[in-house]
Design a protein around this ligand. Structure first.
Ligand code: AP5
Ligand code: MG
Length: 229
């Protein structure tokens, strides 16, 4: 990352809006590294450690993992990204912040690290479309790539196109957990968008279009902000 530290982008939107799908597609084209708090939690849970068991208590029922733990894991990952990808511009942060306290903690962390959020992409999708997307979602157990049984199927059923790993349904894509996740989104996360509107960082994208069209819209909006000196 440059001498002035990272230039990061945040991607927001309700569950099923396509944050993970789009982040994986646009990050490499913008010189950013995709960092998703949900992916960090799924990796820890796969290891069957004490920390993994603690996270699972929140994750499986669709509740938020405590702020302090989430912030610590995100910052550790951002440090690791800096070491592992010294030429990257910054991170594309997916899944954080999810409430006002997290947004304020992120502002403080950026100031301390001499890094910046240069844009916040908000992917908007109507609620009924979200439910359809989540119920058909499949995830690769090895690399985390995202598919959909109907809208974005893998070439071979049950097998990841990218790495050949096995596909599975997420443990929080049950109807009860989805209901709670969406309720938390509209109560706690959506209001955070105001914070970024006031900061002049918010970019709204229509996420109710084919995957490629959403990708192009995000790239067109982000390029000038991310590539600016
Ligand atoms: P996380 O993993 O972040 O899940 P989420 O926010 O619930 O969001 P999703 O991953 O469900 O949606 P997405 O927008 O990424 O959609 P996707 O691209 O997969 O968080 C999980 C949990 O971790 C939380 O509930 C919480 O417990 C914990 N957590 C994480 N961050 C936290 C934080 N900051 N604080 C506290 N706790 C935290 O797409 C969905 C489906 O739609 C896929 O099947 C895809 O193929 C399909 N699709 C995508 N785009 C399109 C399109 N344009 N057309 C048709 N289908 C599409
Ligand atoms: Mg996701």
């Amino acid at each position: 990352m440059g001498v002035d530290g990272g230039r990061h982008v945040v991607i927001m939107g309700p569950q099923g809006a396509g944050k993970g799908t789009q982040a994986a597609l646009v990050a490499p084209r913008l010189g950013l590294i995709h960092v998703a708090t949900g992916d960090l939690f799924r990796q820890v849970m796969a290891s069957d450690s004490e920390l993994g068991r603690e996270i699972r208590r929140y994750y499986d029922r669709g509740a938020l993992v405590p702020d302090e733990l989430t912030l610590r894991m995100l910052m550790e990952r951002l440090d690791a990204v800096k070491q592992e990808h010294p030429d990257a511009r910054g991170a594309l942060i997916d899944g954080f912040p999810r409430n006002q306290a997290q947004a304020e903690a992120l502002d403080r962390a950026m100031a301390e690290r001499n890094e910046r959020i240069v844009a916040v992409v908000h992917i908007a999708v109507p609620r009924e479309v979200l439910l359809e997307r989540l119920s058909g979602r499949l995830i690769c157990a090895t690399c985390g790539a995202t598919y959909h049984r109907l809208f974005n199927p893998p070439k071979q059923a049950g097998v990841c196109d990218v790495c050949g790993g096995q596909l599975y349904q997420r443990s929080d894509d049950t109807p009860e957990a989805v209901e709670r996740r969406l309720a938390i989104y509209y109560e706690q996360t959506e209001p955070v968008l105001r914070h970024y509107t006031e900061a002049g960082l918010r970019i709204d994208i229509d996420g109710n279009q084919p995957i490629e069209a959403v990708t192009e819209a995000i790239l067109a909006a982000l390029r000038p902000r991310v590539e600016a000196a």
